[in-house]
Design a protein around this ligand. Structure first.
Ligand code: F6R
Length: 246
């Protein structure tokens, strides 16, 4: 079952989730353990990342023991491309923290052998001990990561074709639809479901209908976010606009 948590605004949601992450890092590092975070890009987690940076600067939270795995990357975009997710993460989070560069993992959009890159990614997650806490946004197609419909519950990290709705939604960042890649590498649904905790964030009225479907429709490949209903520790963090159709 999916738990819901209603927040008055983005800032309050960001503070609650950032606190949870900081507490998890503190508890685990006290017993010498690293913390493995699964991270998302897009507009949704920006306030959360700003809050994590604030906690690092003002409250001394250290990310030295943190290992990260991002959900996805556009095919064909390298780390210096301003719209690549690698670039996004460096700008909006990593370069402001003390996380070691070797602990950061993002699928390689320029991989010569994408299938091998995806298999290596799965192995790296396993070797790190699995994901302790996964941050998710949700796309209007029902995608989590870039698992567009149809995506099976047992799908793994792989190369995918982006839905035209997603390309159009994301064209605001590129300025031009033609510039939006058609493909991506994404963690699979099964990869995401193996995370020990999942915190999905959705804000605004444009997400209300897909949030309703994700929570109320029977789990199926046609709305990949419905698979989250089968996770024992998944919370949807919503503002009132995104919760409107529930
Ligand atoms: C991003 C990702 C996507 C986004 C989703 C919502 O790494 O995997 O699933 O979370 O497309 O995007 P925004 O936050 O821009 O509405």
């Amino acid at each position: 079952m999916i738990a819901t948590r209603l927040h008055p605004d983005k800032q309050t949601a960001a503070q609650a989730i950032a606190r949870e992450i900081a507490d998890l890092i503190e508890i685990r590092s006290k017993s010498g353990k690293s913390t493995v975070l699964g991270l998302a890009t897009g507009s949704t987690p920006l306030e959360l990342y700003a809050e994590l940076i604030r906690l690092h600067r003002e409250a001394g939270v250290s990310f030295r023991s943190v290992i990260t795995f991002n959900l996805d990357e556009y095919e064909g975009l390298g780390p210096t491309h301003p719209q690549s997710y690698r670039f996004f993460m460096e700008e909006n989070l990593f370069r402001h923290l003390d996380i070691p560069a070797a602990n950061i993992h993002i699928p390689d959009g320029l991989a010569n052998d994408p299938a091998k890159n995806c298999a290596d990614y799965e192995a790296a997650i396993r070797d790190a001990g699995g994901i302790d806490l996964q941050i998710l946004g949700i796309g209007r197609t029902g995608h989590i990561g870039f698992n567009e419909p149809p995506s099976a519950a047992d799908s793994r990290t792989r190369r995918v074709h982006l839905d035209e709705v997603t390309r159009r939604d994301n064209s605001v960042f590129f300025g031009d639809l033609d510039q939006v890649p058609h493909g991506a590498l994404t963690m699979g649904v099964a990869t995401i479901l193996e995370a020990r905790r999942i915190e999905l964030i959705a804000f605004g009225e444009a997400k209300a209908e897909i949030v309703r479907r994700a929570m109320k429709e029977a789990p199926s490949p046609s709305c990949p976010a419905t698979w989250l209903q089968q996770h024992p520790g998944c919370t949807f963090h919503l503002d009132t606009a995104a919760a409107k159709a529930l």
